[in-house]
Structure formats: structure tokens, C-alpha cells
Design a protein around this ligand. Structure first.
Ligand SMILES: NC(=O)c1ccc[n+]([C@@H]2O[C@H](COP(=O)([O-])OP(=O)(O)OC[C@H]3O[C@@H](n4cnc5c(N)ncnc54)[C@H](OP(=O)(O)O)[C@@H]3O)[C@@H](O)[C@H]2O)c1
Length: 270
């Protein structure tokens, strides 16, 4: 596909050094984090909080620990506030911007809601893990919306993806929520152990919630049609491919009866 064909789907990249730099940094840093997951250098939360090695153990004693619930609230709240504030900061940027602002705000509101009322956590999160993720979510959501603002006086891309984007976003959030619900049903009140998830797409892949998150993020891109939105979705895809690969390896090492036909994130393939 030539660059000019690609431009049929995109607003012209704005002459903004900030947006150009963020497009590169977001995609490269997320992809790098995904490669690190495959290499065994995990973000320190959830199952991978307890992955032990000699050096890691010593270092972990010096880490400031948050409960997973507090850590996750810290991760998502600033991004939610950025989305909600954007309605006041950019109130008149047109329908596409309004839909994007609504989608970003709803996504992070849903995450805060799930942290408070759906997920049942067993562990902790290191503050040094939580801070960069918090900054990255906050900056990404603010940049998504600001990049859209910069398109408000530009001609629309010749191929309009707004409505397919809304559909993708809705499929993404619904599928993601449903699989979070199935995960939460694995534990009774106060229970902390891990079990093999069942139901929904868990019978085909071990991280269907990541798959639907990726679908939802391409929903943002299709709604937005900015270069930044695609850089964010592509970077997220690489990160979640890496994390899902590491998650499948973790299940294989922990459960002798883990079904080998259950892939990481893409049914029958990966
Ligand atoms: N956009 C991004 O870059 C990005 C990055 C990461 C995550 N996310 C999204 O955030 C959401 C949550 O991700 P996550 O990595 O926190 O998911 P996760 O590790 O699968 O955990 C989700 C919840 O399910 C519980 N859980 C997981 N496996 C379980 C099992 N086998 N038995 C019982 N409970 C289990 C976890 O408990 P414990 O905490 O006790 O493990 C946690 O409460 C996902 O939808 C993901 O797509 C997005």
C-alpha cells in the first residue's frame, strides 16, 4: 500500500512536533514493552507480581507496594479525568471529535468501574510500575483528543471510517467487559488462587479480554482517523501480543492440564 493510499484513510498529519514525537514514542515504547514481556521482563502486576528470581526478589523488597486495586485506580483515573475535561476544553470541534471524546471517556470510566466493582484481585503492584503506566494512559488519551482537535479545520479523509469505528469500539468494550466478568467469577469472596478460565472465547485463547481491548482501540483509530490514533493502536497491539504470549507461558508452567490448543490471543493461530 502506497503512502498516498494510506492518506485516503487519514487526516493529513498536523505540523505539530508534539504530535509527531508522541506518535513515534507511543508506538515504539509500547512495542518495546511487548518484546520485553516475551523476553521475561514483565510489567510488575497481576500474575507477574509473583514471578520470582533471585535478583528480582532482592529488588522487590525495596519496591513501594500498592494493592492491585489502588494501583489500577491510579492507572486509569487521570486518563478518565482527561477525557471528561476535554468536553469543557474542546466543546465545539464537531461530531467526530465529540464521539472520540465520548469513547475515550467511556473506556476509562469503564475501567475505573471494573476496578471498583468487577475485578477480584489477589496481589500487588509496584509503584514504579504504576507511575509510568499512569503517565502513558494520561498522555495517550490527552494526545488522542488533542490530535483530533488539530484536524477540526481540515477536509475529511476521502474514506470515512467513523461508523465502522463506533461499531468496533462497541464490540471491543462489550467483549472486554464480558471476559472480565468471566474472570471475576473464577474467585469466590476473599479467594486469591488462579484457575483455568472457561467460557466465551476463553475456550480458544487465554487472553480474549486483550483481544477485545485491541478491537476497541482500533475503534478509536477508525473514529479518529489521525496518525496518532493508529500509532497508539498498533503499539498497544504489540504490547498485548507480548503480554498474552507471556501469560500463556505462565499458564503452561503452572497447570499440567492446561489445554495446549488454547492459544494466547488469536484463536487457532497465536
Ligand atoms: N491498553 C494497554 O496497553 C493495556 C495493557 C494491559 C492491560 N490492558 C487491559 O486491561 C485489562 C486488564 O488487564 P490485566 O493485564 O490486568 O488482566 P489480567 O491479568 O488477566 O487480570 C484481570 C483480573 O482477572 C483476575 N484473573 C486473571 N487471571 C485469573 C485466573 N486465572 N484466575 C482468577 N482470576 C484471574 C486478575 O486477578 P490478579 O490481579 O490477582 O491476577 C484481575 O483481577 C484487560 O482488558 C487489558 O486489555 C490494556
Amino acid at each position: 500500500m502506497t503512502f498516498s493510499t494510506f492518506l485516503n484513510f487519514l487526516f493529513p498529519p498536523p505540523p505539530s512536533l508534539f504530535i509527531t514525537t508522541m506518535s513515534v514514542i507511543t508506538c515504539v515504547s509500547l512495542a518495546n514493552a511487548g518484546i520485553n514481556e516475551v523476553r521475561g521482563k514483565h510489567l510488575n502486576y497481576s500474575k507477574f507480581w509473583n514471578v520470582e528470581n533471585n535478583n528480582g526478589d532482592k529488588k522487590k523488597k525495596k519496591m513501594i507496594k500498592l494493592s492491585s486495586k489502588s494501583g489500577m485506580l491510579l492507572l486509569y483515573t487521570p486518563a478518565f479525568v482527561a477525557g471528561a475535561a476535554s468536553f469543557l476544553v474542546f466543546p465545539d470541534d464537531g461530531f467526530r471529535s465529540l464521539v472520540l471524546q465520548g469513547a475515550v471517556t467511556f473506556h476509562f470510566f469503564k475501567r475505573v468501574f471494573e476496578v471498583l466493582f468487577v475485578h477480584k484481585y489477589s496481589g500487588s503492584m509496584a509503584l514504579e510500575t504504576a507511575i509510568p503506566i499512569t503517565l502513558s494512559y494520561f498522555l495517550s488519551s490527552a494526545t488522542l483528543i488533542y490530535a483530533q482537535h488539530l484536524t477540526s479545520n481540515l477536509p475529511e479523509p476521502s474514506i470515512d471510517l467513523l461508523y465502522p469505528g463506533i461499531a468496533l469500539f462497541l464490540v471491543g468494550v462489550t467483549g472486554n467487559f464480558y471476559h472480565h466478568y468471566l474472570l471475576s467469577k473464577l474467585r469466590g469472596k476473599g479467594e486469591k488462587e488462579y484457575k483455568i478460565p472457561k467460557g466465551g472465547l476463553f475456550d480458544f485463547v487465554i487472553c480474549p479480554h486483550y483481544l477485545f481491548e485491541i478491537i476497541g482501540f482500533y475503534g478509536f483509530s477508525f473514529i479518529s482517523q489521525t496518525l496518532y490514533s493508529f500509532s497508539f493502536a498498533i503499539g498497544t497491539t504489540f504490547y498485548l501480543l507480548g503480554r498474552s504470549y507471556a501469560t500463556r507461558e505462565w499458564y503452561l508452567s503452572k497447570f499440567d492440564d492446561f489445554p495446549k490448543n488454547v492459544k494466547a490471543i488469536i484463536p487457532f493461530w497465536f
